[in-house]
Ligand binder design. Structure first.
Ligand SMILES: Cc1ncc(COP(=O)(O)O)c(C=O)c1O
Length: 476
């Protein structure tokens, strides 16, 4: 693509392709039908010696890459947390790539840094969070959670930044508290930060899959009595399997009284607080030390864009800042976000958030969130009314957990197998893609609604497929 004309023709072809993709995503099987190694076998083992024409590359994109795509943007993608990229955000991504900005320092693109400040402040206000919080964009909630844990460790004043942890007799065991339903990235963060899995304490949850506050208080007190150092407790707003929410306000009281960092993982559930009727989800999070919210989960912003809000920005800077001579900047410059995390290079992610917030407006986002929640409630109603089907968890948001129990079936293992067979049939059909998980050891089917193009017909279709699959699948 040496010439401007060649590039224009290529852009036009891609533009047509994307428009067509959004017009009719349903034509694709949701879950890719690729087998392991298919693409590797179809591609040469070496890069081409000489450049190839765009049309040849794009033909292969359509012929070889697309069959290996699982269509997260398909309206019947109901697995994990369903997501969607708003069309406008695709344009922002193209512009960000064209500019190829590295937002590591303020001066390496003042607009990138300042747009991040502005959009994250807009989002903070939309979520009803106080202005004590300052937001920073990271790629994922996993990295935001890791960053919060690192700040929590720094806040202990144990000089770990300088002296490390190994071989130090003066260092107590550092403890992290979570529930059986906390996302696994917290435990990974504890591993990476030298806390160790043995020091990750699982606090029991109640029948609604929410952490039991008294058990957290007891665990922290026991650890303190044993000479350990509680470092961080994690509350989740919208857990991965069921979307349960921990009693954040109570957990905050307990942690504040014991001077323990409270991190709130609102990666999925946070955006629901944009709705006045779900503002309560972040009650108590207002007083947390750090909060993660993922616009790339349920705010129509394509992967990746996650936000970490922290109360003590200076502490976060102290945790990570290390400035080589080549990156030194005058005091008069704006804030350098390379100082607030592991990575130096940073994509211009705020651009897509800005495009989405301006194009949808708060009301457009609210309308879509409400529609998803309403569809999930309707689906839950159909399931609850159908003989042989049971709802297995509260479903306040856009996820429903359920299973099918064939008439007369008693053997729980056989019921598990029966439900796993149902999910396999749905996913092999190409018509829809959904997840299964386990709750209290039992297999659970799970439908997550979060794509802005999902309609009631899409949900009705998967429900028809589920009933047909259950009828076809033997009970044992
Ligand atoms: C509650 C929760 N937190 C964190 C994550 C991790 O998100 P990310 O992929 O942005 O790291 C997930 C993933 O689904 C999640 O469900």
């Amino acid at each position: 693509m040496q010439s401007i004309d060649e590039a224009s023709a290529a852009f036009a072809r891609v533009e047509d392709w994307i428009a067509d993709y959004f017009r009719d995503t349903r034509r694709y099987p949701v879950l890719s039908r690729s087998r392991p190694g298919d693409l590797v076998a179809a591609l040469p083992t070496h890069a081409p010696q000489d450049g190839e024409p765009f049309d040849a590359i794009f033909d292969d994109f359509e012929r070889l890459i697309i069959p290996g795509i699982t269509h997260w943007n398909h309206p019947r993608f109901f697995a994990y947390f369903a997501i969607s990229s708003g069309r406008i955000a695709v344009l922002a991504e193209a512009l960000a790539a064209a500019l190829d900005v590295n937002a590591m320092l303020w001066r390496t693109s003042p607009a990138a840094t300042e747009l991040e400040d502005v959009t994250l402040d807009w989002l903070r206000l939309m979520l009803g969070l106080p202005d004590a919080f300052h937001g920073i964009v990271y790629d994922t909630a996993s990295i935001g959670g890791f960053t919060a844990l690192a700040a929590a460790r720094e806040s202990l004043g144990l000089d770990i930044r300088a002296r490390g942890m190994a071989g130090r007799a003066d260092l107590p065991a550092l403890r992290v508290y979570l529930s059986p339903h906390t996302h696994s990235h917290i435990e990974k963060g504890a591993i990476a930060l030298g806390v160790g899995r043995d020091n990750v304490v699982t606090i029991p949850a109640d029948d609604d899959f929410a952490m039991i506050p008294a058990a957290l208080a007891q665990a922290i007190d026991d650890d303190l009595a044993a000479g350990m150092r509680p470092m961080c407790a994690v509350a989740t707003v919208g857990t991965t399997s069921t979307t349960s929410t921990d009693p954040v306000a109570q957990l905050r009281e307990i942690t504040a009284a014991r001077n323990v960092w409270l991190h709130v993982d609102a990666a999925y559930g946070g955006p629901a607080a944009i709705l006045p009727e779900f503002r309560w989800l972040l009650d108590g999070a207002h007083a947390a030390d750090s909060i993660v919210v993922n616009p790339h989960k349920w705010m129509f912003v394509p992967v990746d864009l996650s936000v970490l809000y922290v109360r003590d920005l200076e502490l976060l800077r102290r945790t990570f800042s290390l400035i080589p001579d080549i990156l030194a900047t005058p005091e008069t410059d704006g804030r350098n976000y390379m100082d607030y995390g592991l990575q130096l290079g940073r994509r211009f992610r705020a651009l897509k958030l800005w495009f989405v917030l301006r194009s949808y407006g708060v009301s457009g986002i609210q309308e879509r969130l409400r529609a998803h929640i309403a569809l999930a409630q309707e689906l839950a109603g159909w399931i609850a009314r159908e003989p042989g089907w049971e709802i297995l968890a509260p479903h306040p948001l856009s996820v429903v957990c359920f299973r099918h129990v064939p008439a007369g079936a008693r053997d729980e293992v056989a019921i598990d197998d029966h439900n796993l067979a149902i999910v396999d049939i749905i996913n092999a059909s190409g018509e829809a893609f959904m997840s299964s998980t386990r709750l209290l050891g039992r297999v659970v089917l799970r439908i997550a609604i979060g794509n802005e193009r999902t309609t009631r017909d899409d949900v009705a279709l998967v429900w028809d497929l589920l009933r047909a699959a259950a009828a076809r699948t033997p009970a044992a």
